[in-house]
Design a protein around this ligand. Structure first.
Ligand code: F6R
Length: 243
């Protein structure tokens, strides 16, 4: 695992956007896995800026989701599909046909999860997966105690994550779904390059456990230690508990 300490979130975003530009230069139709939440926004801003400045032709890039809420009505603005469309797919000028995600409104949720794992494999696998990290060490929506071999599946959100995400639902926790579909840790580890960005002091303990702690399902992000090409980009605040 490679750890890169940068000055701030903007520098982290620019660094990772640069890695994506390099990837697209080598492989124009690369499949880019994207996370949602606040942390990756500087990556998407920097990527769109670099592409608009002509750094690379991103028109063939393919985008896929890491996770999705279960049960939100189709088109709900806080569904992760709508969020990724708004934050990544549309700003890059990509057609929806180059975007894939699990169906959070499917009647048979497990069948939708299996279909998504199959679709990712059929697409050739994820070339670069962007990850954020929860304060409890979760990646995607793999909360502590998730199997390190897990595949895409339905999960129940712990109360703290629903509280954390209430900010996207008018600060009303009752509007936050209880269930999600998430790529499993095993699914995430299938990506060819994992890039985790963590910023701010609130992530420092989770980062220290991820990088320096034992590999444990209690800290799902520690599974990155098992991957042959994992990059953890942290700002100085998130790095503050590293030895
Ligand atoms: C969401 C996801 C989550 C977030 C994590 C951190 O797609 O993958 O694991 O990355 O909850 O969220 P923020 O960045 O908002 O602190």
């Amino acid at each position: 695992m490679e750890v890169v300490i940068v000055k701030d979130a903007k520098a982290g975003g620019e660094l990772i956007a640069g890695a994506i530009v390099d990837l697209l230069a080598r492989k124009p139709d690369a499949l880019l896995g994207v996370a949602t939440g606040s942390t990756p926004l500087p990556i998407y801003d920097a990527l769109v800026a670099q592409v608009n400045a002509g750094a690379v032709d991103a028109s063939k890039a393919r985008i896929c989701q890491l996770d999705e809420y279960v049960g939100l009505p189709a088109g709900h603005p806080e569904s992760y599909r709508a969020t990724v469309l708004r934050q990544v797919v549309e700003p890059l000028g990509l057609p929806e046909s180059q975007f894939m995600g699990p169906d959070g409104s499917a009647e048979d949720v497990q069948a939708a999860c299996d279909a998504y794992d199959e679709a990712l494999a059929a697409a050739g696998g994820v070339d670069l997966q962007i990850l954020g990290i929860g304060t409890d060490g979760h990646i995607g929506f793999n909360e502590p105690c998730s199997s390190l071999a897990s595949r895409t599946r339905i999960k129940t959100l712990i109360e703290q994550t629903r509280i954390d995400n209430a900010r996207f639902f008018d600060n009303d926790i009752d509007q936050v779904p209880h269930h999600v579909i998430t790529q499993g840790i095993g699914t995430i580890l299938d990506a060819r390059h994992l890039v985790l960005l963590a910023t701010g002091e609130g992530k420092a303990e989770a980062v220290a456990q991820t990088v320096e702690g034992p590999v444990s399902s209690l800290v799902p992000a520690s599974a990155l230690q098992l991957h042959r090409h994992a990059t953890v980009v942290v700002d100085e605040a998130a790095a503050s508990k590293l030895k």
